[in-house]
Design a protein around this ligand. Structure first.
Ligand code: KG4
Ligand code: ZN
Length: 340
């Protein structure tokens, strides 16, 4: 089984060919990603109009390249999958419409994939783990703790009441004059800083339900930063270290609570899985590894190239769905909002 996956929900245009292996994992035959970061950096965030146009400009070339690298033709794939949301609607429409056109021309089934589901199932592509498992999905747009019980069977245990974790990293980076997207810059600066110089709040820490709130932490950091103006490099590194330590503390605490609640909704988890762009953060990974071990579980974090948005995760979600004959009609809608 072999599927083409197309991803255009945010600022990455991506196309990939993935095959199902004999041991039920994915073999990534190609995974082409073109980031638009340079085109959005000047604005300090993704500009939807620019994103949609940029997807149109490169999508054909990228699909052709994914096939070329994988050394397969479109006639050799079993289905065409595209992220149909949630995301910036202009971009979603580009990817989904491309997939529809390819599906019509090749007479291969269309699979309209939920982008969040694709992040959620990536651990099965890489590690072939069994259902159920606890997923911490942490990206620029989403922060969710989800019991993954099966394909299309998700129970959300916790979420954020304000900013997403990646968004908080991005806002802090912007506040401190670091680059975009902020996560990697904050992590780098934090590495050189003292996490204990500032005592920043840990919002929601200790609460019985595993929800997040990050805007208060961001505000506390802004107040410290304003007090210190002009900021020295040391100040910036210490603020980043303090912020990252606070976020990691909160994430570990919230995930611990979610692990406890998991049993009620889904039984015993096979693993703790972290996904989304924030999963690239090494301090986060180390702390979650310890938490998982505490619970007698393995932490599964995707390799860096599969943490951020990519086509392989869409192709894999396509494989998971195709195996269950969950294919879509040509009328499948593009959806800006689409909860798991
Ligand atoms: O999953 P993703 O590529 O796109 C979506 O938002 O769907 O995630 C991007 C987010 C950005 O907010 C970025 O700042 C964050 O992931 N991120 C990080 C790191 N690398 C990326 N956050 C913290 N530490 C990192 N190393
Ligand atoms: Zn994503």
């Amino acid at each position: 089984m072999r599927v083409l996956g197309i991803e255009t929900t945010c600022d990455e245009t991506a196309a990939s060919i993935v095959e199902l292996s004999y041991d039920n994992r994915g073999i990534i035959r190609s995974n082409e990603v073109l980031s638009q970061i340079a085109q959005h950096a000047a604005y300090g965030g993704v500009v939807p109009e620019i994103a949609a146009r940029a997807h149109v400009d490169v999508i054909d070339r990228l699909v052709a390249r994914a096939c070329e690298v994988a050394q397969v033709g479109l006639e050799d794939v079993d289905a065409i999958a595209a992220a149909a949301g949630p995301g910036l609607i202009g971009g979603v429409m580009v990817g989904l419409t491309t997939a529809k056109a390819l599906s019509l021309v090749t007479r291969k089934p269309l699979i309209a994939v939920n982008h969040l589901e694709a992040h959620a199932l990536t651990a099965r592509l890489t590690d072939g783990i069994a259902f159920p498992y606890l997923l911490l999905l942490a990206s620029g747009g989403h922060t969710q703790l989800v019991a993954v019980r099966g394909v299309g069977d998700y129970v959300r245990i916790g979420t954020t009441i304000d900013d997403a974790i990646g968004e908080a990293f991005d806002k802090v980076a912007k506040l401190l004059g670091l680059g975009y997207p902020g996560g990697p810059y904050v992590e780098q600066a934090a590495h050189k800083g003292d996490p204990e110089r500032f005592s920043l709040p840990r919002p929601m820490y200790g609460r019985p339900t595993p929800d997040f709130s990050l805007s208060g932490l961001k505000t506390a950091l802004r107040i410290e930063a304003e007090r210190l103006q002009p900021l020295s490099e040391r100040d910036i590194c210490d603020l980043c270290a303090g912020f990252q330590a606070a976020v990691v503390d909160v994430v570990v605490d919230r995930t611990r609570v979610a692990l406890r609640q998991f049993t009620e909704v889904a039984g015993h988890p096979s693993a703790l899985v972290v996904a989304g762009g924030v999963a690239a953060n090494m301090t986060m990974r180390q702390s979650l590894t310890r938490l998982a071990a505490e619970a007698g579980l393995r932490l599964i974090a995707p390799p860096l190239e599969l943490c951020g948005d990519n086509g392989a995760m869409i192709a894999w979600a396509g494989i998971e769905r195709l195996r269950l004959a969950m294919v879509d009609d040509i009328s499948a809608p593009a959806r800006a909002r689409w909860p798991l």
